[in-house]
Ligand binder design. Structure first.
Ligand SMILES: [Ca+2]
Ligand SMILES: [Ca+2]
Ligand SMILES: [Ca+2]
Length: 593
């Protein structure tokens, strides 16, 4: 899987971002477009040309990956749902997973995206990759489009009719009606969400179709998938899906939307650990909004409590974190408090996980009609200015891209109360110290155990410098502020560089996990030369090792827990791995108790 931890994702609702080509604004049904941009359920004109035209802006912001709402061909009708006239401007009502929607392309024939390599979509990919940026394709496997009222749901394969919901006889879709009981897993997985025709994953024809479509998007050059509504399909489907995609293109990062998933929802944790993809971290979002928008009594203690549960995840460092998204009211609609919103954004940029900015966050975009609920959380992007927040995000995105600590380390709390939080992240000599204060008063916090070198360190966000002596320092923070201090050391280099993660042992403060093996780089079984690993959380340790002598060879190793001066080895026969001849790899191993 591609390592996205150095990336900053920027999530765009394409129709609401920028209109780069007015000639595609009218769809097949002209009623679906609202040139006044006041009817939030209609198309407003944003398209792929518009995204290309704003890539320079996004690059200046520090975005290194863009996630676009689904670009697949959508239904063309305006449909009545509960008295509201609705369109597929959001991209989640797909009728053909192998075509682009006509609202997004420059020329009508470009909708046949797999028939040619010169579409605006190809141009966007080329422009992204030229800038060393990545494209995250938003995919939906759970459902097609609505079967309600006049909408009868048809599905196409590059323009060829595959099936009609009404004449399907269960071959492609479940026909169970809407979910009635949300506590019944069977219903959640096989009933409809708001009359969206739910695919029957037992159908071989369906699985072949959806997998072949997604493989063709990977062949086009897509770098990652954001996967919609993962909780609404059985895990065996996802395991088959992620396995097939990984074989087809090993360098594909995948993360799923388990709505409200995260550390407090055990089923979502199990999904993250066993499905072959990461998940969006709603627990982080909810805690950051509670602490900084709602100014909850627990404050930062609620955020620290989320991080305290990272050990449940096989790897919490690749959870995708966010403050806002397209399904929840924006922070600024909940609380129009730009200073604390800035803290939420910047904290998310330097915490563990891969941060995802929702379009317009950096411009303080929000619309508060109906509490800012969907669809009012999707206003048109109106400003592309170089704001102070743009500069701060850009500084931390650059830090993320260069700092092994920000990419790979766990989070150690050094100071915590409801209003103030100081944590450090340290990994192989790299370190960041993050300190934040949500209160209306300044403070000076005495902290110790900092992993920074002796001497003066500048705040990357322009605040007071930090003088460190013996790992101790006094951090001065103004009201509603955040400070970030950095020490960056390059990761080891060699013919092959491997990140080794061990998960599943339970360690206490003061204990140490090491890796020892037959390779000279792992101490050649001499425990005194075993490689000490870095603490990630109570149950996860990791390190990065450069292999020269052992590059291209089979090796054998074990993890060792140093506890109270004694060495406790894993049981069993150890781990066997093939070190690549060159390049990078990540090995995720389970501690054998
Ligand atoms: Ca347009
Ligand atoms: Ca369409
Ligand atoms: Ca389903």
């Amino acid at each position: 899987m591609r390592d996205f931890r150095g990336d900053t994702i920027y999530f765009i609702v394409v129709d609401r971002f920028f209109d780069g080509n007015p000639s595609n604004d009218l769809g097949k049904d002209p009623r679906d477009f609202d040139p006044t941009r006041t009817d939030f359920w209609k198309f407003w004109g944003g398209d792929l040309r518009g995204v290309i035209q704003k890539l320079e802006y996004l690059q200046r912001l520090g975005a290194s990956a863009i996630w676009l709402t689904p670009v697949f061909d959508q239904i063309d009708e305006v449909i009545d749902i509960g008295g509201q006239q609705m369109t597929a401007y959001h991209g989640y009502w797909t009728k053909d997973f192998k075509r682009l929607d006509q609202h997004l392309v420059d020329r009508p024939d470009e909708v046949r995206v797999f028939a040619r390599a010169d579409t605006v979509f190809d141009e966007l990919l080329g422009e992204l990759h030229r800038r060393d940026m990545h494209l995250v394709l938003d995919i939906v496997c759970n459902h097609s489009n609505p079967h309600i009222g006049e909408a009868r749901c048809e599905l196409y394969d590059d323009g060829k009719l595959l099936c009609r919901y009404d004449e399907d006889n269960g071959a492609w879709f479940h026909h169970h009606g809407d979910v009635g009981d949300w506590n019944d897993l069977g219903q959640v997985q096989s009933h409809d969400l708001c009359a969206l025709a739910d695919f029957n994953e037992e159908s071989f024809a369906y699985r072949s179709y959806i997998k072949s479509a997604m493989k063709q998007w990977l062949d086009k050059g897509v770098d990652a998938f954001r996967v919609d509504t993962v909780k609404h399909m059985p895990i065996w489907f996802w395991q088959e899906f992620t396995g097939d995609m990984e074989v087809h293109k090993p360098e594909t990062f995948m993360f799923g939307e388990w709505f409200q998933g995260g550390c407090w929802d055990p089923a979502s944790v199990e999904f993250a650990n066993k499905s072959g993809m990461s998940i969006l971290d709603f627990a982080w979002r909810n805690a950051v909004v509670a602490a900084l928008a709602n100014r909850s009594a627990g404050g930062f203690q609620e955020l620290a409590a989320v991080v305290e549960r990272d050990h449940q995840f096989r790897d919490a460092t690749d959870l995708v974190t966010f403050v806002d998204n397209h399904d929840l009211p924006r922070f600024l609609s909940i609380s129009n408090d730009p200073a604390r919103f800035r803290l939420a954004m910047l904290l998310t940029m330097v915490a563990r996980g891969v941060p995802c900015i929702y379009y317009g966050n950096e411009q303080l975009l929000h619309c508060d009609v109906n509490g800012g609920n969907d669809p009012f959380n999707r206003p048109m992007m109106t400003s592309f200015e170089e704001t102070p927040l743009v500069r701060d995000v850009s500084a931390l995105a650059a830090l993320r891209s260069r700092s092994p600590a920000v990419q790979r380390a766990g989070m150690r709390t050094k100071w915590l109360d409801a209003d103030r939080w100081v944590f450090t992240r340290a990994y192989l000599g790299s370190c960041v110290v993050v300190a934040t204060n949500r209160s209306d008063h300044g403070c000076a916090l005495e902290v110790s155990g900092l992993e920074l070198a002796e001497g003066r360190h500048e705040d990357l966000l322009g605040g007071a410098p930090l003088d460190v002596r013996d790992g101790r320092a006094t951090i001065g923070l103004g009201p509603r502020s955040i400070a970030v201090f950095e020490q960056t050391r390059a990761l080891p280099t060699g013919r092959a560089v491997v990140e080794i993660q061990a998960h599943g042992m339970r360690t206490q403060h003061g204990e140490q996990v090491l890796v020892c093996g037959d390779a000279p780089e792992l101490g050649a079984w001499d425990v005194s030369r075993a490689v000490p690993m870095e603490w990630i959380d109570h149950q996860t340790w990791a390190t990065t090792i450069a292999f020269d002598l052992s590059a291209g060879r089979e090796i054998h190793y074990k993890f060792i827990l140093r506890r109270a001066g004694a060495h406790q080895r894993e049981t069993g026969r150890g781990h066997h791995r093939h070190v690549p001849a060159s390049g990078h790899a990540t090995w995720r191993d389970q501690w054998r108790a």
